[in-house]
Write a protein that binds this ligand. Structure first.
Ligand SMILES: [Fe+2]
Ligand SMILES: [Fe+2]
Length: 130
């Protein structure tokens, strides 16, 4: 998970949202290594709970920013956030049953988020620059 490092290519140029994206990227690395480190397996559920809450706060803030800016594609974007949270919550449940098999699934969640930043989040960033 060392590749999950935020850099300027991910910037949406809204300071609070870029800061939150950085924290989320950091969480991918932190949770990824806690999963890889068998002796640290005990910390994974609480890291995932904190991550879930943080993502909800980020999505809430991001949706407010888009709303205030009058971004026209807010609804499909909101739907993507909902899908992510549903997926993450399913993942948390499955992790509690089969902790060792879920590292790859968590990598998919991380890739999904990064793809979302580069596509959906990029869309409002471009809109706000106009
Ligand atoms: Fe975002
Ligand atoms: Fe987003």
């Amino acid at each position: 998970m060392t590749k999950y490092v935020w850099d300027e290519t991910y910037a949406v140029d809204v300071d609070i949202l870029d800061q939150q994206h950085k924290v989320i990227f950091d969480s991918f690395r932190k949770i990824g290594s806690a999963m890889a480190d068998e002796s640290d397996g005990g910390s994974v559920p609480s890291l995932l709970d904190a991550f879930d809450i943080y993502c909800k706060v980020h999505f809430f803030d991001e949706e407010r920013v888009m709303e205030t800016a009058g971004f026209p594609s807010l609804e499909p974007h909101r739907k993507q956030h909902e899908l992510f949270i549903n997926h993450l919550e399913l993942f948390k449940t499955s992790h509690s049953f089969a902790a060792k098999r879920t590292q790859d699934q968590f990598a998919i969640i991380a890739e999904w988020f990064i793809h979302h930043v580069m596509t959906y989040d990029r869309e409002y960033a471009d809109f706000m620059k106009r």
